[in-house]
Ligand binder design. Structure first.
Ligand code: CP
Ligand code: NVA
Length: 302
């Protein structure tokens, strides 16, 4: 594994190895066992969109591993004034040991990987959010002790989170059902990948998707970059809320996951969110451990 660009590129074994390492790093962190596996290494964090969790977990993660982060906001970089990402990549690869990038187009991340010559980690694009879903799989596995055979459902927009959850869940042997409105389906390439799995189910009916689910996922109805569509999206997604009625379809002890930020009263009710807050904030914590595992996998020994 040279980069983490999208989960479609990873084998089941590679995902499992990252999750196992993440569990180990979490254990070591809790027991104050130092793990300076990236001593002297630098990771550049390029952000073309906002972030709370991704930025802070990467910054503290590399520090705990003995390395240093460089927070590179697109507003301050020459990228913001039009320098091509390809040139930026070729320069940064001479200073850094790895790059994490959060941006709009998936192609930009793929180009960066091709030209940069150092490991590139996708910290969210319009297409996918692999770091988040590795943390999600880790969190589910912590609760149930396994992933295989569990049913995950995703309710809402067929966005970056939906795309990565479908791929990650299916690769790890989960049943995945997704409910989105007709015009907001997951990406065609992801649906094509999923069509090979009888455990995949796509519907417009959220209650049908949630039936007997072990894990219920949702995400914002308007992602970063879609702010101008907020009103029209609120109408289109009105029936796609994770609320008591929907949770009644899932298994009685089903867990709820949300990558955050959450918009209470829209994709999830305040009540369901607070009842499952422990699981949701454990998921947020696991971003730290999962991303440390990704950085170690890609950057140690290089
Ligand atoms: N879930 C997530 O990626 O959060 P941030 O946008 O705060 O990084
Ligand atoms: N789908 C959301 C996820 C935020 C972490 C977005 O892209 O804004």
């Amino acid at each position: 594994m040279k980069h983490l660009l999208k989960l479609l590129d990873l084998s089941t074994e590679e995902i499992k190895e990252i999750l196992d390492l993440a569990d180990q790093l979490k254990y070591e962190k809790k027991h104050n066992i130092p793990h300076k596996l990236l001593e002297g290494k630098s990771v550049g964090l390029i952000f073309q969109k906002s972030s709370t969790r991704t930025r802070v977990s990467f910054e503290t993660g590399i520090y705990q591993l003995g390395g240093q982060p460089l927070f590179l906001s697109a507003r301050d970089l020459q990228i913001g004034r039009g320098e091509p990402v390809q040139d930026t990549a070729r320069v940064l690869s001479r200073y850094l040991d790895g790059i994490m990038i959060r941006t709009y187009e998936q192609k930009e991340v793929e180009d960066l990987a091709e030209l940069g010559g150092i490991p590139v980690i996708n910290g969210l694009t319009d297409f996918c959010h692999p770091c988040q879903v590795l943390a999600d799989l880790m969190t589910i596995r912590e609760k149930y002790g396994k992933l295989e055979g569990l049913k995950m459902c995703y309710i809402g927009d067929g966005n970056n989170m939906a795309n990565s959850l479908i791929v990650g869940g299916l690769k790890m042997g989960m049943k995945v059902s997704v409910a989105t409105p007709k015009n907001y389906r997951p990406d065609a390439s992801v649906l094509e990948f999923a069509s090979a799995y009888p455990e995949f189910f796509l519907t417009e009916n959220p209650l049908e998707a949630a039936k007997d689910a072990d894990v219920v996922f949702t995400d914002t109805w308007a992602s970063m970059g879609q702010e101008s569509e907020k009103e029209e999206r609120a109408k289109a997604f009105a029936g796609y809320q994770v609320n008591d009625m929907l949770m009644a379809e899932a298994k009685p002890d089903a867990m709820v996951q949300h990558c955050l930020p959450a918009y209470r009263g829209q994709e999830i009710t305040e009540k369901v969110f607070e009842e499952h807050a422990d699981e949701i904030f454990e998921e947020a914590e696991n971003r730290l451990h999962a991303q440390k595992a990704v950085m170690v996998t890609l950057m140690a020994g290089k």
